[in-house]
Write a protein that binds this ligand. Structure first.
Ligand code: ASP
Length: 332
Protein backbone atom coordinates (compact mmCIF):
# COMPACT_ATOMS: atom_id res chain seq x y z
CA UNK A 1 0.00 0.00 0.00
CA UNK A 2 1.37 3.43 -0.86
CA UNK A 3 1.13 5.88 1.98
CA UNK A 4 0.38 9.61 1.56
CA UNK A 5 3.54 11.71 1.40
CA UNK A 6 3.67 14.30 4.16
CA UNK A 7 6.32 16.99 4.31
CA UNK A 8 7.07 18.09 7.85
CA UNK A 9 8.82 21.38 8.59
CA UNK A 10 10.27 21.85 12.06
CA UNK A 11 10.77 25.37 13.37
CA UNK A 12 11.48 24.55 17.04
CA UNK A 13 9.44 25.12 20.21
CA UNK A 14 8.82 23.25 23.45
CA UNK A 15 8.22 20.04 21.50
CA UNK A 16 11.97 20.00 20.72
CA UNK A 17 13.26 21.23 24.07
CA UNK A 18 15.44 19.25 26.47
CA UNK A 19 18.05 20.31 29.04
CA UNK A 20 21.09 21.89 27.42
CA UNK A 21 24.27 19.83 27.96
CA UNK A 22 26.19 22.91 29.12
CA UNK A 23 23.52 24.27 31.44
CA UNK A 24 21.56 23.26 34.51
CA UNK A 25 18.74 25.70 34.07
CA UNK A 26 15.87 25.26 31.67
CA UNK A 27 15.16 23.42 28.44
CA UNK A 28 16.19 24.67 24.99
CA UNK A 29 15.53 23.53 21.40
CA UNK A 30 17.58 20.40 20.78
CA UNK A 31 15.63 17.56 19.11
CA UNK A 32 15.70 17.72 15.30
CA UNK A 33 12.89 16.76 12.91
CA UNK A 34 14.11 13.19 12.26
CA UNK A 35 14.53 12.43 15.97
CA UNK A 36 11.13 13.96 16.69
CA UNK A 37 9.46 11.66 14.15
CA UNK A 38 11.38 8.59 15.33
CA UNK A 39 9.94 9.14 18.82
CA UNK A 40 6.37 8.68 17.57
CA UNK A 41 5.31 5.00 17.54
CA UNK A 42 3.28 4.08 14.47
CA UNK A 43 3.99 7.29 12.54
CA UNK A 44 5.55 5.35 9.67
CA UNK A 45 2.25 3.50 9.18
CA UNK A 46 0.30 6.73 8.68
CA UNK A 47 2.42 8.50 6.08
CA UNK A 48 5.72 8.57 4.31
CA UNK A 49 7.37 11.52 6.05
CA UNK A 50 9.89 13.91 4.57
CA UNK A 51 11.04 15.63 7.77
CA UNK A 52 13.00 18.89 7.47
CA UNK A 53 14.60 20.86 10.27
CA UNK A 54 14.16 24.47 9.11
CA UNK A 55 14.79 26.27 12.40
CA UNK A 56 15.47 25.36 16.02
CA UNK A 57 14.12 28.33 17.87
CA UNK A 58 11.63 29.44 20.48
CA UNK A 59 8.60 30.66 18.56
CA UNK A 60 8.83 34.19 19.97
CA UNK A 61 11.89 34.64 17.74
CA UNK A 62 10.21 33.53 14.51
CA UNK A 63 9.70 36.28 11.93
CA UNK A 64 7.45 37.11 9.00
CA UNK A 65 10.28 36.03 6.72
CA UNK A 66 10.13 32.51 8.19
CA UNK A 67 6.41 32.44 7.35
CA UNK A 68 6.98 33.78 3.81
CA UNK A 69 9.74 31.20 3.15
CA UNK A 70 7.57 28.40 4.47
CA UNK A 71 4.58 29.49 2.36
CA UNK A 72 6.83 29.62 -0.74
CA UNK A 73 8.18 26.12 -0.06
CA UNK A 74 4.67 24.73 0.42
CA UNK A 75 3.43 26.36 -2.80
CA UNK A 76 6.41 24.93 -4.68
CA UNK A 77 5.88 21.40 -3.32
CA UNK A 78 2.15 21.68 -4.03
CA UNK A 79 2.78 22.71 -7.65
CA UNK A 80 5.34 20.00 -8.27
CA UNK A 81 3.11 17.36 -6.67
CA UNK A 82 5.96 16.33 -4.35
CA UNK A 83 3.78 16.07 -1.24
CA UNK A 84 0.18 15.22 -0.38
CA UNK A 85 0.05 17.24 2.82
CA UNK A 86 2.14 19.46 5.07
CA UNK A 87 2.86 19.70 8.79
CA UNK A 88 4.53 22.66 10.48
CA UNK A 89 5.89 22.00 13.98
CA UNK A 90 6.68 25.04 16.09
CA UNK A 91 6.38 26.63 19.52
CA UNK A 92 2.90 27.39 20.73
CA UNK A 93 3.59 31.00 21.78
CA UNK A 94 3.15 32.39 18.26
CA UNK A 95 1.53 29.35 16.67
CA UNK A 96 -1.82 31.03 16.02
CA UNK A 97 -0.08 33.90 14.23
CA UNK A 98 2.04 31.65 12.01
CA UNK A 99 -0.98 29.48 11.20
CA UNK A 100 -3.03 32.57 10.35
CA UNK A 101 -0.24 34.01 8.20
CA UNK A 102 -0.01 30.75 6.24
CA UNK A 103 -3.79 30.67 5.87
CA UNK A 104 -3.67 34.18 4.36
CA UNK A 105 -0.86 33.26 1.95
CA UNK A 106 -1.82 29.74 0.87
CA UNK A 107 -4.60 28.97 -1.54
CA UNK A 108 -4.07 25.25 -1.96
CA UNK A 109 -6.32 22.22 -1.64
CA UNK A 110 -3.89 20.00 0.25
CA UNK A 111 -3.95 19.78 4.05
CA UNK A 112 -1.66 22.21 5.90
CA UNK A 113 -1.47 21.45 9.62
CA UNK A 114 0.33 23.35 12.36
CA UNK A 115 1.18 21.69 15.66
CA UNK A 116 3.41 21.96 18.71
CA UNK A 117 3.38 20.88 22.34
CA UNK A 118 2.81 22.32 25.77
CA UNK A 119 4.93 19.78 27.68
CA UNK A 120 8.54 19.21 26.70
CA UNK A 121 9.96 15.72 26.03
CA UNK A 122 11.52 15.51 29.52
CA UNK A 123 8.15 15.87 31.27
CA UNK A 124 5.77 13.09 32.28
CA UNK A 125 2.92 12.94 29.72
CA UNK A 126 4.73 15.04 27.15
CA UNK A 127 2.09 15.80 24.50
CA UNK A 128 4.47 16.20 21.54
CA UNK A 129 4.37 12.64 20.13
CA UNK A 130 0.55 12.43 20.24
CA UNK A 131 0.26 15.86 18.62
CA UNK A 132 2.67 14.91 15.82
CA UNK A 133 0.76 11.67 15.19
CA UNK A 134 -2.57 13.55 15.07
CA UNK A 135 -1.12 16.32 12.87
CA UNK A 136 0.39 13.85 10.39
CA UNK A 137 -2.89 11.89 10.36
CA UNK A 138 -4.68 15.13 9.41
CA UNK A 139 -2.06 16.02 6.79
CA UNK A 140 -2.50 12.54 5.29
CA UNK A 141 -6.28 13.01 5.03
CA UNK A 142 -7.34 14.83 1.86
CA UNK A 143 -10.59 16.30 3.21
CA UNK A 144 -8.71 18.33 5.84
CA UNK A 145 -7.50 20.55 2.99
CA UNK A 146 -11.06 21.89 2.62
CA UNK A 147 -10.78 23.56 6.02
CA UNK A 148 -7.79 25.75 5.07
CA UNK A 149 -4.79 25.82 7.40
CA UNK A 150 -5.63 23.99 10.63
CA UNK A 151 -4.07 23.79 14.07
CA UNK A 152 -4.05 20.32 15.64
CA UNK A 153 -3.21 19.75 19.31
CA UNK A 154 -4.84 17.55 21.93
CA UNK A 155 -6.68 15.72 19.08
CA UNK A 156 -8.78 18.83 18.29
CA UNK A 157 -8.68 20.33 14.80
CA UNK A 158 -9.07 24.13 14.77
CA UNK A 159 -9.26 26.54 11.88
CA UNK A 160 -6.27 28.93 11.81
CA UNK A 161 -8.87 31.67 11.25
CA UNK A 162 -10.48 31.26 14.66
CA UNK A 163 -8.01 29.54 16.95
CA UNK A 164 -6.20 31.19 19.84
CA UNK A 165 -3.93 30.12 22.68
CA UNK A 166 -5.93 30.48 25.90
CA UNK A 167 -3.75 29.04 28.67
CA UNK A 168 -0.05 29.32 29.48
CA UNK A 169 0.43 25.71 30.55
CA UNK A 170 -2.59 23.51 29.84
CA UNK A 171 -2.36 20.96 27.00
CA UNK A 172 -5.92 21.97 26.02
CA UNK A 173 -4.79 25.55 25.47
CA UNK A 174 -5.88 25.97 21.82
CA UNK A 175 -9.50 26.98 21.52
CA UNK A 176 -11.72 28.69 18.97
CA UNK A 177 -13.98 30.87 21.14
CA UNK A 178 -16.25 31.92 18.27
CA UNK A 179 -16.77 28.56 16.63
CA UNK A 180 -15.30 25.62 18.52
CA UNK A 181 -13.08 23.10 16.69
CA UNK A 182 -13.80 22.20 13.06
CA UNK A 183 -13.06 18.55 13.73
CA UNK A 184 -11.32 15.98 15.87
CA UNK A 185 -9.03 12.98 15.53
CA UNK A 186 -10.95 10.00 16.93
CA UNK A 187 -9.42 6.53 17.27
CA UNK A 188 -6.75 7.49 14.78
CA UNK A 189 -9.01 8.87 12.07
CA UNK A 190 -10.13 12.36 11.13
CA UNK A 191 -13.69 13.60 11.68
CA UNK A 192 -14.58 17.01 10.23
CA UNK A 193 -17.64 18.76 11.71
CA UNK A 194 -17.67 21.98 9.69
CA UNK A 195 -15.82 23.89 6.99
CA UNK A 196 -14.96 27.46 8.08
CA UNK A 197 -15.61 30.55 5.96
CA UNK A 198 -12.58 31.57 3.92
CA UNK A 199 -10.60 34.73 4.61
CA UNK A 200 -8.98 36.93 1.96
CA UNK A 201 -6.09 35.29 0.11
CA UNK A 202 -2.96 37.40 -0.33
CA UNK A 203 0.23 36.87 -2.28
CA UNK A 204 3.59 36.61 -0.55
CA UNK A 205 5.02 40.15 -0.53
CA UNK A 206 8.44 40.12 -2.12
CA UNK A 207 11.24 42.61 -2.56
CA UNK A 208 9.92 45.15 -0.06
CA UNK A 209 11.27 46.12 3.33
CA UNK A 210 9.51 44.85 6.42
CA UNK A 211 7.16 47.65 7.50
CA UNK A 212 7.04 48.76 11.12
CA UNK A 213 3.56 47.88 12.38
CA UNK A 214 2.82 48.57 16.04
CA UNK A 215 0.35 46.78 18.33
CA UNK A 216 -0.83 48.43 21.53
CA UNK A 217 -3.47 47.56 24.12
CA UNK A 218 -5.66 50.11 25.89
CA UNK A 219 -6.08 49.87 29.67
CA UNK A 220 -7.80 51.73 32.49
CA UNK A 221 -6.31 55.14 33.16
CA UNK A 222 -4.20 55.08 29.97
CA UNK A 223 -3.30 58.70 29.18
CA UNK A 224 -2.07 57.88 25.67
CA UNK A 225 1.63 58.09 26.56
CA UNK A 226 2.67 55.16 24.35
CA UNK A 227 0.39 56.27 21.52
CA UNK A 228 2.04 59.71 21.69
CA UNK A 229 5.47 58.11 21.23
CA UNK A 230 4.21 56.26 18.17
CA UNK A 231 2.76 59.45 16.67
CA UNK A 232 6.23 60.82 16.10
CA UNK A 233 7.83 57.54 15.11
CA UNK A 234 8.35 56.00 11.67
CA UNK A 235 5.69 53.34 12.22
CA UNK A 236 3.70 52.59 9.05
CA UNK A 237 0.62 51.03 10.58
CA UNK A 238 -0.97 50.59 13.97
CA UNK A 239 -3.29 48.01 15.53
CA UNK A 240 -5.00 49.02 18.75
CA UNK A 241 -6.56 46.44 21.04
CA UNK A 242 -9.38 48.57 22.39
CA UNK A 243 -11.83 47.90 25.19
CA UNK A 244 -14.79 45.56 24.55
CA UNK A 245 -16.64 46.27 21.32
CA UNK A 246 -14.08 48.90 20.20
CA UNK A 247 -13.78 51.75 22.70
CA UNK A 248 -10.83 53.94 23.62
CA UNK A 249 -10.05 56.63 26.21
CA UNK A 250 -10.90 60.20 25.15
CA UNK A 251 -7.24 61.05 25.74
CA UNK A 252 -6.33 59.04 22.64
CA UNK A 253 -8.48 61.07 20.28
CA UNK A 254 -6.34 64.07 19.31
CA UNK A 255 -3.37 61.87 18.54
CA UNK A 256 -5.51 59.42 16.60
CA UNK A 257 -6.91 62.24 14.45
CA UNK A 258 -3.36 62.99 13.34
CA UNK A 259 -2.32 59.38 12.88
CA UNK A 260 -5.30 58.21 10.82
CA UNK A 261 -4.40 60.86 8.23
CA UNK A 262 -0.94 59.35 7.82
CA UNK A 263 -1.17 55.59 8.42
CA UNK A 264 -3.78 52.80 8.63
CA UNK A 265 -5.02 52.41 12.21
CA UNK A 266 -6.90 49.19 12.94
CA UNK A 267 -9.47 49.04 15.70
CA UNK A 268 -9.39 45.61 17.34
CA UNK A 269 -10.45 44.38 20.79
CA UNK A 270 -8.55 43.19 23.82
CA UNK A 271 -11.32 40.72 24.78
CA UNK A 272 -11.17 37.07 23.76
CA UNK A 273 -14.20 36.86 21.46
CA UNK A 274 -16.76 38.95 19.64
CA UNK A 275 -16.97 41.58 16.91
CA UNK A 276 -15.96 45.19 16.85
CA UNK A 277 -19.30 47.02 16.84
CA UNK A 278 -20.10 49.65 14.21
CA UNK A 279 -23.31 51.42 15.17
CA UNK A 280 -24.24 51.10 18.83
CA UNK A 281 -22.30 53.52 21.06
CA UNK A 282 -22.03 57.23 20.42
CA UNK A 283 -19.76 58.64 23.16
CA UNK A 284 -16.35 60.18 22.47
CA UNK A 285 -14.03 57.23 21.93
CA UNK A 286 -16.89 54.86 21.04
CA UNK A 287 -16.78 52.64 17.96
CA UNK A 288 -19.03 55.06 15.99
CA UNK A 289 -16.78 57.98 16.90
CA UNK A 290 -13.56 56.07 16.15
CA UNK A 291 -14.77 54.75 12.79
CA UNK A 292 -15.83 58.32 11.85
CA UNK A 293 -12.33 59.47 12.77
CA UNK A 294 -10.88 56.98 10.26
CA UNK A 295 -10.05 53.89 12.32
CA UNK A 296 -10.65 50.61 10.46
CA UNK A 297 -12.58 47.97 12.44
CA UNK A 298 -10.99 44.50 12.48
CA UNK A 299 -14.24 42.48 12.61
CA UNK A 300 -13.48 39.44 14.75
CA UNK A 301 -9.69 39.55 14.37
CA UNK A 302 -7.85 40.13 17.63
CA UNK A 303 -4.68 42.21 17.82
CA UNK A 304 -1.98 39.67 16.87
CA UNK A 305 -3.86 38.33 13.83
CA UNK A 306 -4.92 41.85 12.79
CA UNK A 307 -1.24 42.84 12.92
CA UNK A 308 -0.28 39.88 10.68
CA UNK A 309 -2.88 40.92 8.12
CA UNK A 310 -2.01 44.63 8.24
CA UNK A 311 1.70 43.89 7.90
CA UNK A 312 1.21 41.79 4.76
CA UNK A 313 -1.13 44.42 3.28
CA UNK A 314 1.20 47.35 3.96
CA UNK A 315 4.15 45.34 2.67
CA UNK A 316 2.20 44.57 -0.51
CA UNK A 317 1.57 48.29 -1.10
CA UNK A 318 -2.22 48.05 -0.49
CA UNK A 319 -4.15 51.32 -0.52
CA UNK A 320 -6.19 52.48 2.48
CA UNK A 321 -9.34 51.41 0.63
CA UNK A 322 -7.94 47.94 -0.05
CA UNK A 323 -6.94 47.60 3.60
CA UNK A 324 -10.41 48.63 4.72
CA UNK A 325 -12.08 46.20 2.30
CA UNK A 326 -9.85 43.33 3.37
CA UNK A 327 -10.62 43.84 7.06
CA UNK A 328 -14.30 44.12 6.18
CA UNK A 329 -14.24 40.46 5.13
CA UNK A 330 -13.48 39.63 8.79
CA UNK A 331 -16.66 41.40 9.93
CA UNK A 332 -18.29 38.01 9.42
N1 ASP B 1 6.18 27.68 25.28
C1 ASP B 1 6.53 27.64 23.95
C2 ASP B 1 6.10 26.37 23.24
O1 ASP B 1 5.06 25.92 23.51
C3 ASP B 1 7.89 28.04 23.57
C4 ASP B 1 7.78 28.48 22.15
O2 ASP B 1 6.74 28.97 21.76
O3 ASP B 1 8.73 28.25 21.41
O4 ASP B 1 6.74 25.82 22.41
Amino acid sequence: MTLPRVRLFLLGGTITMTAASNSTSGVVPSVDADALCRAVPGLDQVAEIDARTEQMTASGSLTFQHGFDLAAEIIKADNSGDADGFVIVQGTDTLEEMAFMLDCLLDIKKPVVVTGAMRNPTQISADGPANILAAVTCAATNSVGLAGVVVVLNDDIHSARFVTKTHSGNVDTFQSPETGPVGRVVEGSVRIFSIPVTGPKLTIPRGRDMPKIALITASLGDDGYLLGLLENSDCQGLVIEAFGAGHLPEKYLDVLDGMTKKIPVILSSRVAAGHIFRETYGFQGSEIDLINRGLIPSGILKGPKARILLTILVMSGASREQIKNTFEVWDL
